[in-house]
Design a protein around this ligand. Structure first.
Ligand SMILES: Cc1cc2nc3c(=O)[nH]c(=O)nc-3n(C[C@H](O)[C@H](O)[C@H](O)COP(=O)(O)OP(=O)(O)OC[C@H]3O[C@@H](n4cnc5c(N)ncnc54)[C@H](O)[C@@H]3O)c2cc1C
Ligand code: SF4
Length: 486
């Protein structure tokens, strides 16, 4: 155990954020660089090394949290990094982006603020990179087997890294012009700077993984061809079918899916555009959807110089404390103030959009909404509460409905879908098609980065067993669990 009295003597402290006025003028991460280092060992010392570490189960990767907390407390950063990488290929992604269900399951969290696990995680990996301690792990011998991975999001990258290290020759096909999936195009730079992806890709290249960008499987290369050329395939193509809002006026100019809006902002930071073709500059912006994708739109609109930003949510405002049906150690739905919300804007709950109003040129100008409430378990409009708000740019961030069935690869491989519209798989992550596996959002539905990495690792083990009859890759922790906890 790190510090037997740490949880009694030390309060929870988290990474310090830069002042709002400063950070909305740039795209860099919102945290003060280096602010964690002076405090993190003491924070790790708050870990109680519980007999039954519920945090392990809270984390979809089964991260060995008390073990690396102990090393971080003792400032043995190299050992901490080794323990961290034992279960997680990309802790610099999760340490920045994970909603940390481990912290919701932390035993200390029953009656005190939980251990700041996510901050310890990111500090360990950042230190490891700074110390040049993250080295390529080149396989000792090659198996002679080949694997194609379709999609380069966290699931595809994790599967590719595991399979390359197991000695297989792995090629990652990505239809976008850059590697990273939603980590690259979707998640804003202020949540995670893309240099972290680039550094990992370099490591993976040095290990032997090959990358082909700008290649859409199902269009540029058929699934049948891919299956013929490779001994196995992992489909990690994400779940990008966005929910729409079919109300009158939806066709007006200025109404976009969040995933039409956010990647363009990413491309500005990458240097592809001077300004985004869809910009919030000087506009009244309305974001429909109160979740994390919506928050990413809010933060992006602030940085583009929006005149105002309003985020609408149809559900009531969540509570700030756990309620009885979300007891410890489950991951509760609580009211969250993200860094984007700290930066301004208004959040409006229990409202539904009825229609949009445009000007004579067909540009959206107003959004009409009505308040809603639950009556007999059904969301019902409250008469007399209709109003309109200015809206010159509207982004729809209302979630995703499953695998993109327009994606040529689904039909061409002939993979079956499950009842939720995602690619069906068994406990080994195999689809109904021999040698074709699935990992991440494509099989799970839109989820979390930590789940994508966990599934990529698990699918890699399934593929390794398929190719060689056995596998020394780690077993999945919570294989296809759609989760009681997250
Ligand atoms: C805006 C936004 C913000 C998010 N923020 C967070 C967050 O902060 N924390 C968190 O934990 N989760 C977050 N998520 C969810 C998280 O990003 C996803 O769960 C995760 O990226 C899924 O990983 P994946 O590898 O399965 O798929 P993806 O990341 O979607 O990657 C799939 C890749 O496959 C490629 N592809 C698809 N079809 C083909 C084809 N036919 N041929 C070749 N390539 C193809 C796509 O171009 C894409 O690059 C966010 C999601 C969104 C949309
Ligand atoms: S990956 Fe997420 S759940 Fe797992 S230890 Fe890190 S922050 Fe916690």
């Amino acid at each position: 155990m790190a510090d037997p009295k740490g949880f009694l003597t030390t309060g929870r402290e988290v990474a310090e954020t830069r002042p709002v006025a400063e950070r909305v003028r740039d795209w860099n991460e919102v945290y003060v660089p280096g602010s964690l280092l002076p405090i993190i060992s003491k924070q790790a010392g708050r870990c109680m090394d519980c007999g039954i570490p519920f945090c392990h189960n809270g984390c979809p990767l089964g991260n060995l949290i008390p073990e690396w907390n102990d090393y971080a407390y003792r400032e043995d950063w190299s050992a901490a990094s080794e323990r961290l990488h034992a279960t997680n290929n990309f802790p610099e992604f999760t340490g920045r982006l994970c909603p940390a269900p481990c912290e919701s399951a932390c035993v200390l969290g029953i009656n005190q603020p939980a251990v700041t696990i996510k901050n310890v995680e990111v500090s360990i990996i950042d230190k490891a990179w700074d110390a040049n301690d993250v080295k390529p792990q080149v396989p000792e011998r090659l198996s002679g087997k080949t694997v194609a991975v379709v999609g380069s999001g966290p699931a595809g990258l994790a599967a590719a890294q595991q399979l390359t290290r197991a000695g297989h020759t792995v090629v990652v096909y990505e239809r976008a012009d850059r590697i990273g999936g939603l980590l690259r195009y979707g998640i804003p730079e202020f949540k995670m700077e893309k240099r972290h992806i680039n550094r990992r890709i370099e490591q993976m290249r040095a290990e032997g993984t090959k990358f082909r960008t700008g290649v859409e499987v199902g269009r540029d290369i058929t699934a049948t061809d891919l299956r013929k050329r490779f001994d196995a395939v992992v489909v990690a193509a994400g779940a990008t079918t966005a929910r729409d809002l079919p109300v009158p006026g939806r066709e007006l100019k200025g109404i976009h899916q969040a995933m039409e809006y956010l990647p363009l902002a990413n491309k500005v930071v990458e240097g592809d555009f001077v300004a985004s073709p869809i910009s919030a500059e000087g506009k009244h912006v309305v974001v429909i959807g109160g979740g994390d994708t919506g928050a990413d739109c809010v933060g992006t609109a602030h940085r583009q110089g929006a005149a105002s930003v309003t985020q609408l949510e149809i559900m009531p405002k969540p509570g700030e404390e756990r309620n009885a049906n979300q007891p410890w150690p489950t991951f509760p739905m609580l009211y969250k103030v993200t860094s984007a919300h700290e930066e301004g804007g208004e959040r409006v709950y229990s409202v539904s959009t009825t229609h949009f109003e445009g000007d004579e040129d067909g540009n959206v100008q107003y959004l009409h909404l009505v308040e809603v409430e639950f009556v007999d378990g059904k969301l019902t409009q409250k008469p007399g509460t209709e109003r309109k708000i200015p809206a010159q740019l509207v982004t729809l961030a209302m979630g995703f409905t499953g695998t993109d069935v327009q994606n040529g690869l689904v039909a061409q491989f002939g993979v079956e879908l499950d009842e939720r519209g995602n690619i069906a798989r068994d406990a080994e992550f195999a689809t109904n098609v021999d040698g074709v596996y699935v990992a991440g959002d494509a099989g799970r539905g839109q989820s979390l980065i930590v789940w994508a990495i966990a599934e990529g690792r698990s699918a890699a083990r399934g593929v390794d067993r398929y190719l060689t009859g056995a596998s020394s890759l780690p077993a999945p922790i919570r294989p296809t669990d759609r989760s009681l906890l997250v």
